[in-house]
Design a protein around this ligand. Sequence first.
Ligand SMILES: [Zn+2]
Ligand SMILES: [Zn+2]
Length: 277
Amino acid sequence: MLKASMRVRFWGVRGSIPCPGPSTIRYGGNTPCIEVRCGDHVLIFDAGTGLRSLGIELLKDSGIRDVDIFITHCHLDHVSGLPFFAPFFRKDYRVRVWAGNLKPSNSIERVMRSLMSSPWFPVPMDVFKAKIEFQDFKAGDVLRPHDDVTLRTALLDHPDGTNGYRLEYGGRVFALLCDTEGFPGKRDAEMVSLARHADLALYDSTFTESEIVSKAGWGHSTWMRGVRLANEAEVKHLCLFHHDPSHDDDFMDKLAAEATDVRAGTIVAREGQIIDL
Ligand SMILES: [Zn+2]
Ligand SMILES: [Zn+2]
């Protein structure tokens, strides 16, 4: 059977806070936003500052009127692009926003409404014209935004919790495991199963092994832990993601060389990069 196409494009690869400038120009300074095209379907993972440029690009394609955004968790680096997503301002678009584990005390609609309220933002969410559907789910749920697209989810270890995703489409598998500390000292069967035989698995590689010593409990991981997970889950390409804002381009080049030495085929995510699976 011919495998259908899956195209991944990075619009933001940086963790914690945007860090644009001459020293981060090659890997990029925007916070997490990943576009995955599954045939004609547009799936977006996380709504960091990279979402703004993606929204502008989507408006150029008159064939797209339907978009899904999957949020890993609601820390600011993963949602601060939401008020600037151009399709929200167009009445001919339908946008579904998915997030896990916020109910019953909260919901993704409430989070977006509070993000766009005084004193943090000048206009309320009611300025949006698109048909917006809010989809709250529980970690562990299987999501089917389209008949031919399946997403499996699991809770990862991070302050406030975060959702890992496994996207399956046309025989291709994309996995997103960020932000997470990687369950240090123990094997996490759910995380391994999300990444199992993935063509591309993005992993939280915020810290180096020496940096994480003083940052235990912060909810971020290292590329070495990513390599161990990728080996156990027999991932095809491990992709290091959620780079620390203090790691400039020269530092990232060294990190990339070390990581590919240890695991051939490892990719270090760069803003603007396109990967066809
Ligand atoms: Zn983050
Ligand atoms: Zn976070």
